[in-house]
Ligand binder design. Structure first.
Ligand SMILES: Cc1ncc(COP(=O)(O)O)c(C=O)c1O
Length: 354
């Protein structure tokens, strides 16, 4: 299947603003295609960004049959555009689709759609330091029927918008509250799928912890409330004695992050040991307090690396590395962003140029 391109006339295109907030400004075009049982995927098109009209009975509104992804296009030092491991995003998109009983997309078409959109909207890939064009592939169930069951019609679309540097003025540690009362995802549930319901389920606890002055929630497993899973929109890593990076093993209820996977592959090549383990919250907090854990950081597409300076749990606060960004977090941030922006060699073949 080919992708039809219907560009906006050049004189109707907007210019990317110099100042922008994440997630509220979108580029001139979007990709769309539709699915139904008879035709399969059809009408693949890049056309001007537009509102979508849906029947109020559309399945997505009632039973949350929805998946999405998040990746970025970076303006590289030569003025070209880099995507970071986009094929991993589309594989995860298809794993999420399978889990949510949605039709998989053709991987090469999805990648071609991202490339066509970014190429057409290349003026929207910012060149300010640390900025990027955030790309949001999404699939929703559109059958107009209330009966509970998988939809037979779907819409797949991709939109994009500029994202500023996550950290203004250097890496700044965040504070994280360990959820004791609430759980994000259960064993056997949909925690490892990137589906909207997981995020809706996390909002209540996020609101509660922000009232306590924390910026993120750290989730524990839902069976024993004991093992560390992940942060709101990031995986989490613990640095032991400045040299060993430990992250919770994938449990089925954690989103398998592409940044997490990149750290597990990159860190051994720059002198660190890595390990995926079951991590007991009480043992981790004891190791923070006795100094064995020297750094904690979240990792994900949005911030790449987000140092954690403070962990709150059951009324106690545990301060990590004097609430300062540590050397391992900084080292990994520099290496990963260096690959993304083309200032470091792409030893792993992670970059796809647009
Ligand atoms: C719940 C959750 N965990 C982890 C991540 C990190 O994943 P990635 O590194 O692929 O962005 C994200 C972001 O997508 C997320 O939403």
């Amino acid at each position: 299947m080919t992708i039809e391109i219907k560009p906006l006339p050049v004189d109707e295109r907007k210019t990317c603003p110099k100042e922008f907030s994440f997630g509220v400004t979108f580029s001139d075009h979007m990709f769309t295609q539709n699915f139904d049982e008879n035709k399969g995927w059809h009408d693949a098109m890049v056309s001007p960004y537009h509102a979508i009209s849906l029947d109020p009975s559309a399945a997505v509104f009632h039973y949350s049959q929805e998946i999405f992804e998040g990746l970025k296009a970076y303006r590289n030092i030569n003025g070209g555009i880099n995507l970071f491991r986009p094929e991993e995003n589309v594989k995860r998109f298809n794993r999420s689709a399978k889990r949510m009983v949605m039709p998989e997309v053709d991987e090469s078409l999805h990648l071609a759609a991202i490339k066509s959109l970014v190429k057409l909207d290349q003026e929207w890939v910012p060149d300010q330091e640390g900025a990027s064009l955030y790309i949001r592939p999404t699939m929703i169930a559109t059958s107009p029927k209330l009966g509970l069951g998988a939809s037979s019609q779907y819409s797949h679309f991709i939109i994009a918008g500029p994202a500023g540097s996550y950290f203004k003025g250097g890496l700044t540690p965040i504070s994280v509250f360990v959820a004791d009362e609430y759980r994000r995802a259960v064993k056997g549930g949909v925690g490892e799928a990137k589906t909207g319901g997981n995020y809706a389920a996390s909002l209540f606890a996020s609101e509660e912890v922000s009232k306590l002055g924390y910026s993120q929630v750290l989730w524990l497993d839902a069976v024993e409330g004991r093992y560390i899973e992940e942060v709101g929109a990031m995986n989490i890593c613990f640095v032991y004695e400045g040299k060993k990076i430990v992250t919770p093993m994938l449990s089925g209820s954690i989103l398998p992050g592409i940044t997490r996977d990149s750290i597990l592959k990159l860190a051994p090549s720059i002198g660190y040991e890595v390990s995926e383990q079951k991590l007991d919250i009480e043992e981790v907090l004891a190791d923070i307090d006795n100094g064995k854990i020297t750094e904690v950081f979240g990792c994900g597409t949005a911030a790449v690396i987000s140092p954690v300076g403070k962990l709150g749990f059951k009324g106690n606060e545990h301060i990590i590395n004097d609430n300062q960004t540590g050397p391992v977090s900084k080292h990994l941030y520099d290496e990963l962003t260096g690959i993304q922006y083309g200032t470091r060699e792409d030893k792993f073949g992670w970059i796809v140029q647009v």
